[in-house]
Design a protein around this ligand. Structure first.
Ligand SMILES: *[C@@H]1O[C@H](CO)[C@@H](O)[C@H](O)[C@H]1NC(C)=O
Ligand SMILES: *[C@@H]1O[C@H](CO)[C@@H](O)[C@H](O)[C@H]1NC(C)=O
Ligand SMILES: *[C@@H]1O[C@H](CO)[C@@H](O)[C@H](O)[C@H]1NC(C)=O
Length: 408
């Protein structure tokens, strides 16, 4: 396991060394984002604790480019009722915004979380209220307790997730309802739990880091995942490939003007499972991914590359002109036919397709991963399926930076 870990570490250092902007990402968001803070102002907390939430939001805005409009922020408070304190397009300067945040009043009341979630879905990201098309939409909810009607809250959360939002939850203190936090967050790693309001401060950089990861979709791209379903792979491990893909989808803005994702699987046969333009809603895409019924067989990598070169990004299959065409290959073994794989790798490199390879476990052949990707910095390796998720952020950063490739 050690060599792979070392590889991962040196890759990170290399990147930080080469690209200073990458470090900047840790304290501010470089790319546009529409962010709404949803703040609990129910009676269970003291006014001073509410003020700590406001300080947290203010501190969050500190490193952000508000004045040039890269980042737009809205604040909504909720207790028995829901109140938009200000919309995404309310303030043009950070100074005005920070003053408005400090002036938000503490109301008190019950915890009607479901009303707040409905309000976010219906009001906050509309164009009239400052929501921008093609810009990632992010919700950060802070609460110190469970809602008064759990069933309604979980139902409202389900409906909310039909929209391509990235939702983070911050639960404070012992009275939060973990089931609700889970239902509301877009994925488990978006849940933060702390034991008291004082700990919010320490969470700021962690939240910023997670909220600001590069999001695919600001610049449209067409991405095909090529998943290995050969016999060497246990069902559970194939399931981990699918979870990895779902996590990727949840961090992307999916849509016909944003990121489109397709899925091809390969073993003895190559199957184009999900076409690029088949689903325009993230939830539908996720469901389709989850219902993939795997095959078994050989590792026919060459045929898979051939199919993607010939059919992957055609108009009929949803490929768009003028956007990056990206292939992400996940495999845990070696190709059955090295000659064919070499031939097909060479052929696909003559097209506009940018290729990343992810090799899982010790049975992969590094030189083959490199040959398929065409460059060292497009190869990822991970020691096992269980560590696959650790490469998501780096992969994301690279994939979402791919520009349109022109082969003259
Ligand atoms: C806003 O844009 C101007 C001009 O592009 C730039 O000089 C300035 O640094 C930007 N301000 C922020 C806060 O990013
Ligand atoms: C906000 O930042 C100020 C100044 O750095 C700090 O004193 C305060 O504790 C921070 N509060 C929160 C809740 O992050
Ligand atoms: C996609 O972009 C086109 C052209 O800008 C626009 O007319 C269309 O409404 C957009 N569609 C969606 C779903 O955003």
């Amino acid at each position: 396991m050690a060599p792979f870990l070392l590889f991962a570490v040196s890759l990170t250092i290399l990147q930080l060394g080469n690209a200073l902007p990458l470090m900047k990402e840790l304290s501010e968001c470089d790319n546009p984002a529409d962010i709404v803070f949803l703040l609990d102002c129910s009676t269970s907390m003291y006014p001073a604790q509410f003020k700590q939430q406001l300080a947290f939001v203010n501190n969050f805005t500190e490193g952000m480019d508000i004045d040039n409009g890269t980042i737009r922020i809205a604040v909504v408070t909720f207790s028995t009722t829901v109140q938009t304190e200000f919309n995404l397009n309310a303030y043009k300067t950070k100074a005005e915004m920070q003053k408005a945040i400090s002036d938000i009043l503490y109301l008190g009341g019950r915890t009607h979380t479901w009303l707040a979630l409905d309000h976010i879905r219906q009001e906050i990201f509309t164009t009239d209220n400052g929501g921008r098309i093609g810009v990632p939409k992010i919700v950060i909810m802070i609460t110190d307790g469970g809602s008064n009607e759990k069933k309604k809250t979980i139902e409202a959360a389900k409906i909310l997730h039909k929209d391509p939002l990235r939702v983070f939850t911050i639960g404070i203190g012992p009275s939060v309802d973990t089931d609700e936090l889970k239902a509301i967050a877009s994925k488990p790693t978006n849940i933060f739990q702390i034991d008291k309001f004082d700990a919010l401060k320490a969470l700021t950089s962690e939240i910023i880091k997670n909220v600001c990861i590069k999001v695919c979709g600001v610049h449209p791209s067409d991405i095909i995942f090529l998943l290995d379903e050969s016999t060497s792979i246990y069902d559970d491990d194939f399931g981990i490939q699918l979870s990895f893909l779902i996590s990727f989808i949840r961090d992307s803005v999916i849509g016909i003007n944003a990121t489109q994702i397709g899925v091809v699987t390969f073993s003895s046969n190559v199957i184009y499972r999900i076409k690029l333009n088949q689903f325009s809603k993230s939830k539908d895409l996720e469901n389709a991914v989850l219902s993939i019924n795997r095959n078994h067989g050989d590792t026919n990598t060459g045929d898979a590359l051939k199919l993607i070169r010939e059919e992957g990004f055609t108009k009929a299959n949803g490929g768009r002109d003028g956007v990056p065409h990206i292939l992400i290959v996940i495999t845990d073994g070696q190709a059955q036919s090295p000659e064919k794989t070499a031939r097909e790798s060479a052929a696909i490199h003559k097209t506009d397709i940018a290729i990343f390879t992810i090799g899982i476990g010790p049975a992969v052949k590094p030189s083959e991963l490199r040959m398929i990707a065409g460059a060292d910095d497009k190869v990822f390796r991970t020691a096992s399926y269980s560590t696959l998720k650790t490469i998501e952020k780096t992969l994301f950063t690279k994939v979402c930076r791919v520009e349109v490739i022109k082969n003259d």
